[in-house]
Each structure stands twice: as C-alpha cells, then as structure tokens.
Write a protein that binds this ligand. Structure first.
Ligand code: PLP
Length: 392
C-alpha cells in the first residue's frame, strides 16, 4: 500500500471526531453516556422549514446540480438578512457565497489565502478549524493570547508589537466557541482598523450571532466602517435555526474575496441540494425573532442550571453571553482539563470537551455544551456531583 501524503502528518483527526468515537465505543459496551461535548442543537427547526424541504424535494425539478454559487434566491435571502438584521447592504450577485456549513468555508478560505510561509493569527482558545485549516494549507499558526480578565478578546495593541512576518489572516469569533464571550461594535471597529493597517484579511466566524443571552444582541463585523474591503464573515444555519445536520451556511465579503473562495470551493463541491437552499430561504424569511428569543431562553435556562452547579464539581465557569457552551476552569491543581474530562467520562459517564482542543491556553479548562434536554443535563450534573464528591 502506498503511504498517505505527508500533509496528513501535519494535522490530527478533528478532535471532537476522536472523542465521538470514544463515546460510541463506551455506548457499544452498554454504558449510558450523557453527551455534553458537541454543540449540535437538540431542538428541531420550526415545521415551516421542514415542510419546505419536503415540498421542494417532492418536485421533479429540484434534484439536479444547483450551481457552484448556489441558488440566486438563496443569496438574495442572505442579503435580506444582512439588511434587516444589521443594516448592511450587500450585493447578492457578487458578495455572497452559500456554503455547505460554515466549516467548509473556514477551511477553504485557508486554502484560498494561505501558502507555506504564511501565518494565520488564531486566538489561543478558539474553534479548532482555524488552526487545522492553516496546517492543511501548509501555513503556520501564531497563537494570540486571550484571557478571561480581558473577556477573551485579543489585545490589538499588544499584537501589533508582536506581529509575526508572513501574517495574513486574523480569525475572530463572537459569540465565541468555546468561551461564550461576546464582542461590541467598538471592538469590531478596532479589529477592522487593525487589519486594514497591517494588510490582513479579517475572518469573522459568526455562527452564534443569533444565539445570545441576557438580552444581548450580537453585531456583525460588517457593520464596522470600511469592513467590507478586507473582511469576510461566515454565518451558519446550524445554530441560528437548529439546522446543524442540514449543512448550510454562507460567506459574505468583497467581490474579490468571494471570487477567490469560490475558486477553491468550486473544485471541492458542486453546490447544495436545491431543497436545502429553499428551506434556508424559508428560515430567513419566516422564522420570527420571537421564535429565536424563545429558543435562546431554553439555552439560557440550561446555562443557569450549569452555572449554579459547576462550582460544586471543581469547575469555575465563565459567564457566557452567547453560543452554546459553558467554559470552565478545573480548580483542582492535580487535574487538568484533559484528565478531568477523562475521569468524568469514565466515572460519571458524562462526556465533555477538554479545553486543550481549543488551543494551548485551554489546557486547564473543559467545555460543556447546552445541547441536551434539561432533564438529561440535571442528570449529568448529579452524576458529576456524585463522582466529584466521592473522589475528594
Ligand atoms: C465557532 C464555530 N464556527 C464554525 C462552526 C461550524 O458550523 P457549521 O455547522 O456551519 O459548519 C462551529 C460549529 O460548532 C463553530 O462552533
């Protein structure tokens, strides 16, 4: 057998995929694992979205290729969303690109912009695909420190003193996975100014923009003055509309950046299934703000259940303003995030993500997802309490 490409040795398997296999093995042994590791919404999208899927799938003319740029009507719906939600006008013809989930766009953007010798600036605690995409492209990663005290926001002053040669792309993500940190419009303006000054492409990964708590409304980086020139934003239907398995997202940027991303993407896939685009249009046009608000209140309730109990199981949580996770520091110095998560899995049968997955700065942390019913969540917390109290 031939050896696989050297490329395969430059990055690991996707970390949560490895954890998922472990959970499957334990379940195959008959163990009831409660999964708090993955951010896959447990609630369905509204019926109107599912009805659109069924109706359009039942038509005879919806089964062909949909085009490399997806349906025009879908791109127009994304433009309507930006106008309505953020007051940002974009051209659906040239400034929107549908994606097979935002993850696809993240990795393809790395392939479109990074070469060997280039550097991606990645917050040290962030979604793994930013660094893995850079490695896949043969580029390297410069980790930007972020701290709880600074609300997990990068310090652009410090970064400009320490900007590595070859820096080309800066990743941001607020509301943030895994920390739940949120950003203000003023922060986005500083980010845009910083990137324009240093000739960087700013990539704002924004899948949780509509998953926020305590009355907070997240903004788009594209609201910042001058943003469109050097910024790309990714949105996703996965979390906004509970459509993670449908794999639908979009990139919004300047005509040039969209064209470059499409050049890579058009070689990887041939667009999405037309009924998926049609369902996305329905989601944008027909899902009300009150549906989103009510759904967010469910997560907020789960968040509050977790925030109350986690200190009793050796975890110091950060208060998340958005996204689907509670990020918590392991307080027992004899444990780190990985050993805590491992022991919780083995002894309490609760699966959570070790913080190291999100960068070296996450070593002492774990991430718990809110994507399970209140009852299962309470059961998980009881199990953790039982295990943690037994061990001390
Ligand atoms: C920060 C972040 N970006 C992107 C994604 C990928 O989302 P999608 O389902 O749109 O590919 C996720 C999924 O969890 C995420 O947390």
């Amino acid at each position: 057998m031939p050896q696989p490409a050297n490329r395969l040795f430059s990055f690991p398997d996707y970390p949560l995929a490895t954890l998922g296999r472990r959970v499957e093995e334990l379940r195959a042994q008959g163990i009831d694992i409660i999964n708090l590791d993955v951010g896959s919404p447990d609630m369905p999208p509204p019926d109107v979205v599912i009805d659109t899927l069924c109706e359009t799938a039942n038509k005879s003319n919806t089964h062909g290729y949909s085009g490399y740029r997806g349906l025009k009507a879908f791109r127009e719906a994304v433009a309507r969303y930006y106008a309505r939600r953020f007051g940002v006008e974009i051209d659906p013809e040239t400034q929107v690109l549908p994606l097979v989930g935002s993850k696809e766009g993240i990795v393809n953007l790395c392939l479109a912009y990074l070469d060997h010798g280039d550097v991606a600036l990645v917050p040290d605690i962030g979604y793994p695909s930013y660094s893995l995409g850079a490695y896949l492209a043969g580029a390297s990663v410069h980790w930007i420190p972020v701290s709880e005290e600074a609300g997990y926001l990068p310090d652009f002053e410090a970064l400009s003193q320490n900007l590595p040669a070859g820096a080309k792309l800066l990743w941001l993500n607020y509301p943030n996975n895994p920390t739940g940190a949120v950003a203000s419009p003023d922060f986005y303006q500083r980010a845009v100014n910083f990137c324009r000054k240093h000739d960087l492409l700013l990539a704002s990964d924004n899948p949780y923009v509509d998953v926020t708590y305590d009355g907070f409304h997240a903004s788009s980086v594209l609201q910042a003055a001058g943003a469109l020139e050097n910024t790309i934003e990714f949105i996703s239907f996965s979390k906004t509309y509970n459509m993670a398995g449908w794999r639908l997202g979009a990139a919004v940027s300047s005509q040039t950046t969209i064209k470059n991303l499409l050049q890579v993407k058009s070689n990887f896939d041939s667009g999405h299934f037309i009924p998926i685009y049609e369902s996305g249009i329905t989601a944008i046009d027909e899902i009300s703000q009150s549906w989103i608000h009510d759904r967010n209140m469910v997560y907020q309730r789960r968040r509050d259940i977790m925030l109350e109990v986690l200190p009793q199981v050796g975890l110091a949580p950060f208060h998340p303003g958005g996204a689907l996770y509670v990020w918590a520091k392991v307080t027992d110095p004899s444990l780190n995030g990985a050993s805590y998560a491992e022991q919780a899995l083995i002894n309490a049968h609760v699966s959570m993500a070790p913080g190291i997955i999100y960068g070296p700065g996450g070593t002492q942390y774990v991430r718990l997802s809110m994507c399970t019913t209140d009852d299962r969540l309470r059961q998980a917390l009881e199990r953790l309490k039982h295990w943690y109290q037994e061990r001390s």
